[in-house]
Design a protein around this ligand. Sequence first.
Ligand SMILES: [Zn+2]
Length: 273
Amino acid sequence: MASRVLPNSQNRITQAYSSSHLAVDLGWVTNESENIVKAHSSGTIIELVDGKNNNQGSTGVEAWGNYILIDHGNGFKTRYAHLEKNTFLVSKGQTVSQDTPLATMGNSGNSYGRHLHFEVYENNGRIDPTPYLTQGFDPIPSLKYKVHDATHGWLSWIPIEFNPGTSSNEFAGWAGYAIDAVQIYKYTYRVHDKVTGKWLYWNIGAGDNNYAGVIGHPIDGLQVQGLDYRVHLKGGGWLNWITTVNDTSMGYAGIFGREIDRIQLRYKGPIEV
Ligand SMILES: [Zn+2]
């Protein structure tokens, strides 16, 4: 089956994904029209490098040679590396659709033989692209969160706000009722327990038995990795948005000792380089 990014008839994987190669390499074919790389899914081109020669010893960003990075807006990005210089059919900032031709496969950067080096990023970390060669990314509604309070139990799932930087009426929580547990699908997060005055363990993902919090203990702090987030104080207002937290030394949302009755999550904005 032909892949979405290189719809040629052979679709050879010349190097698989591994811990030392966070990508999939796809080989070239003799029919040049089949070596034109296509956008995996709709999105915006947020990085584009052209004009680099083949340089097999290159390192760092140079190792990708000529490349394109597309932000798909739903937590996923795709990178297409080692492209041939002066073959680009798109420009930085351009919006593309699935199948939009991008450029021709090449051998630029740290590449030993002509191929496409294809990377998939989920929440800024590189994941195995193999399943996505032939399928799209999860639909946006699958990225979601919900909260629990002592009176209502678990409330409804809320989709994570799509557009960074826009305010939204979408939030989780019932005004006036202290939140005591949180679920955030696919993300890593933790809460601060107002009763014990301690941060609980980091929690990954969501499920009936997979949440952060102690039922019956109101939370007074929240940390989420890879998203922007804010909280609303019970009897108070919204606090400031917190940008991503990747370690415990950085910020959190909340004021210790003050109960939280609403939380809101949104995707981070594109990273400028
Ligand atoms: Zn590669």
